[in-house]
Design a protein around this ligand. Structure first.
Ligand SMILES: *Cc1c(COP(=O)(O)O)cnc(C)c1O
Length: 397
């Protein structure tokens, strides 16, 4: 079918391939061609494609009970919330269907906290330039990116943007009406930029001094992606509220927001809800996925392959100093900042049967399944090397 005949709302422009099957880090199209997947549905398929442990959890649950809504207790929610809160800063968890809903719930929790605290005037949300938090009205306003906002009516009041990673500039924007600061410990869409530990420590100090809450958006950076379960754990700084999604379901659509008991104190019976969030299917997969990710040897291995990837990308940069400006990100969420258009390079890699992503700021984005091997990493980096060499030869000719 040609693009003109498609009945899909044309907000994406996907390439021609129709992918029909996946296994580990590999996916096959309907012609039988095999591709090495180094983007994993945008940092989602943490355990690879069709991992047996998740297939088992999903199909077993599918034969028992799919959905009851949150009118009734869902046992899998209790189990998964207990695991998350056992291992991180949070005391309470709310399950969602997506990252955007996790962000929406996080922002609502922050504002409600201040109301419950007798400071209803504290409504302002400070986000960062280059951030991405999803596509709902709250999310696009928190990000402030003009290309997401334009044509969708007035910018909502109560959202402010600060320059990325600049504590002094942030201090100037914080005031008596500040409710929360929302930040991705590693910006995904914005160009795979990791904020420094020093910035996060300064942010925590500022929050404690002035009474605003910190929301970490770990939708992309979480679920083991950077070599710790949550990227902020590298810094030792904890948030008050955190939004997660993408990798936590390993490919099943689910997310969550979680908070300390104190930060969640405004979220009482009736103030928030969801029909599908945390349903038994999602919880069966979410539990099985977290059990895998939280095995100590799992993240140990992620760190070993991530170091291997870092070295391979650094030597790529050394070989192509005119084309590769910077290697960014953390763990298995990496950006290669190019002097060339990353979309062209992405297309050329696809022709070589390697799938990668792009991000803002001229960045080629790598976010493979966390189970990727050193050999597969070598294949990806070799393919990038070959494409860049081709470009250099053409430019020289
Ligand atoms: C993808 C993403 C979101 C939105 O998640 P959806 O599941 O697409 O709604 C929010 N924040 C970050 C950092 C993301 O990468």
């Amino acid at each position: 079918m040609s693009a003109a005949e498609s009945h899909i709302l044309p907000v994406y422009s996907p390439p021609e391939q129709n992918f029909v099957r996946g296994e580990g880090c590999w996916i096959w199209d309907d012609k039988g061609d095999k591709y090495l997947d180094c983007i994993a549905g945008i940092s989602v398929n943490a355990l690879g494609h069709a991992p047996p442990v998740l297939v088992k959890a999903l199909t077993e649950q599918a034969g028992k009970l799919w959905h009851t809504s949150n009118m009734f207790k869902v046992k899998g929610q209790e189990e998964l919330a207990a695991k998350y809160t056992r291992d991180n800063f949070a005391d309470v968890v709310f399950f969602t269907n997506s990252g955007t809903e996790a962000i929406e719930g996080s922002l609502k929790t922050a504002r409600k906290y201040h109301t419950a605290n007798g400071q209803p005037e504290r409504v302002d949300i400070i986000g960062f330039q280059g951030s991405f938090h999803g596509r709902s009205y709250a999310a696009i306003n928190a990000s402030g990116n003009p290309s997401y906002l334009e044509g969708f009516g007035p910018k909502l009041p109560g959202y402010i943007q600060a320059p990325f990673g600049d504590l002094e500039e942030l201090k100037k924007l914080v005031g008596p009406t500040t409710a929360a600061v929302i930040i991705e410990p590693v910006q995904g869409e914005g160009g795979v930029r990791a904020v420094t530990d020093e910035f996060l420590r300064g942010l925590r100090k500022l929050a404690d001094e002035t009474g605003f809450l910190i929301i970490f958006d770990e939708v992309q950076s979480g679920a083991g992606r950077t070599g710790k379960m949550w990227a902020h754990q590298w810094s030792g700084v904890t948030p008050d509220i955190m939004a997660v999604a993408k990798g936590v379901g390993g490919g099943f659509p689910m997310g969550a927001f979680m908070a300390t008991k104190e930060a969640a104190k405004g979220m009482v019976v009736g103030v928030h809800g969801t029909t599908f969030g945390g349903n038994p299917l999602a919880m069966a997969v979410g539990n099985a996925c977290y059990d895998e990710l939280s095995k100590p040897e799992f993240l140990e291995r992620v760190n070993v392959v991530a170091n291997h990837l870092t070295q391979a990308l650094e030597s790529l940069k050394d070989r192509h100093p005119d084309l590769v400006v910077d290697i960014r990100g953390k763990g298995l969420l990496r950006g290669v900042k190019l002097t060339l258009n990353p979309k062209d390079i992405q297309g050329k890699l696809r022709a070589r049967k390697v799938l990668v992503g792009v991000a803002g700021d001229n960045v080629l984005r790598l976010a493979p399944p966390l189970i990727i091997t050193e050999e597969e990493i070598r294949q990806v980096v070799d393919a990038i090397d070959a494409v860049l060499t081709e470009q250099a030869v053409q430019a020289g000719a």
